[in-house]
Design a binder for this molecule. Sequence first.
Ligand code: F6R
Ligand code: MG
Ligand code: MG
Length: 366
Amino acid sequence: MKTTLSIIKADIGSIGGHIKPSQQLIERVREFVQKNSKDLINDLYVSHTGDDIALLFSHQKGTGNEALHKMAWEAFVAGTETAKEQGLYGAGQDLLKDAFSGNVKGMGPAVAEMEFEERPNEPFLFFAADKTDPGAYNLPLYLAFTDPMFCPGLMLSPAMAQGFTFTIMDVEYTEGDKIIELNAPEDLYDIAALLRDNERFVVESIRSRSTGDIAAAVSTSRLHNIAGKYTGKDDPVQLVRVQGSFPATGEILSPYSIGHYVAGFMRGSHTGPLMPVTINSSVSYFDGPPIVACHAFCVHNGKFTEAADAFDHPFWDYIREKVSRKSVELREQGFSGIAMLNYSELEYGGIVEKMKRLDKQFKVRK
Ligand code: F6R
Ligand code: MG
Ligand code: MG
């Protein structure tokens, strides 16, 4: 049977700053979907990561389905009412357009979707990150799908011997989807040359070269491209199918042991290490650190099992300590150099005004 998985997620308000949504808000969104999704979906899973609420749907309508996107948009609009009633901070923050227009892509919420013929057993992972942007997944995807140091299956399993095709998007281009397809392993150095620039080039999807099957799909939206100004970090989601002709769950997880530095953290304007956290975690120190949660499922005849919490294991406590240490070490140098993002990535327009004012004060010495 053909199944589509869709994640649609948004920040529509939170308690105590940009920390986590209220329980009442989450329940309002869940109830709205439950009431309005008859004949539309096979299953629903609602979670939050930091201040973002993610709706994971299983359905048979294919990717980019207008009715499903509309219903999800309306669920976030309904949730925003609750957020306003409760006086939550940043109510409706990610709903950047006034009216729904065909597809929630480009309207604020992040979307990751894939359609496939269900295998007899269909394990997959749903990742959600907060206080960072889609480029945060570049390195873990590169390592898990191209590097036998992290994914021994690439050398041990005949099903993966032909490698994977990466579709990479230039997210700076705003007239449409500007994409390139590159094959691992032949194009490895070209893939690396693009993916080193996390703010501009982002993995959109990955396919198996032996079967053509979709392996991974990532949300690629950049909110500041939609709003024309910075309105918060993009807090990306992704779906990854695992096992068989795809990397094993542990191979996909293994690069998250690095705690690599990503863009985001306080005011979306800093660099910080990505911390793997348990499901429904919030953020804290310096509005961070940037976090990623991983929900592992099987889907069968369109129905989800319960989620296994992939980073809820003593091993990841050790990594979380390491990431905490890396966070503090980088924060010790405050605003200086790589601790903060480039001028074009800073969240607040105030600095633009400041630089204009200072520019006028500069003099060229004769
Ligand atoms: C980062 C983030 C927070 C806020 C910060 C200030 O993505 O959401 O770090 O930028 O708490 O928030 P405002 O400007 O809403 O007071
Ligand atoms: Mg927020
Ligand atoms: Mg967020």
